[in-house]
Design a protein around this ligand. Sequence first.
Ligand code: ZN
Length: 255
Amino acid sequence: MVRKSQPQGRPELRVLILSDIHSNLEALESVLEDAEARGGFAQIWSLGDLVGYGPDPAACLDLLARYDHQAVAGNHDLASIGKLSLEAFNPHAAAANRWTASQLTEEHAEYLGGLPLKLEIDEFTVVHGSPRDPIWEYVVSEPAAVASFYHLDTERCLLGHSHVPFICEPRENGVAFLEFALDSPVSLGDDHLLINPGSVGQPRDGDPTASYAVFDADAEQLYHHRVAYDIPATQAKMRRHELPQPLIDRLAEGR
Ligand code: ZN
């Protein structure tokens, strides 16, 4: 399944960019299948929150481990292994994190505990929240975006955390948040950009389908894709594990 083409010594020809998988195996499998059908990928970059909220933390970690991938830690990843206090989470998220902790092996915990907060790969900085605060900061406002550009040592930054896809570029008097249009290439020049691929496992932009991005290193282009997955199957598992009802409901609403 994993392609390993490496022309001119480039480590990745096409990179699958995933964020906020949140233990949603149906969504992750659908994204992997969809990305494979759209031309495949050599590597995966994960922007954090692999676990938390959803019903399949162990299976998602095991599936990702089968791929050549690089990943950073998200707030839920650290909370589920006790490296971040649950007091900072709302009651539903905290309850899901406690349940997640009970599902992880020592090996899983070691993997999550070893994830870096920030990666720099070529011209990309990879974080969960923001370059200024990789764990907690939501880049959803102009001040946060301005600060993100200020704290960036690379041209581009891939980030997640808000579960809302966007592209953000600096303007003379601030920044502009642009729609990350579906299925059409975004050409990357020397411009500074913040890119959020949206969430695989718990989208919050009103569209419940799984959201992800692909970086075509050869063409220097980015793509945003969405794919439907079996939401009722994920919800049924969450009910079985008695995960909080609002977390179950929100999957179908995409909020
Ligand atoms: Zn998240």
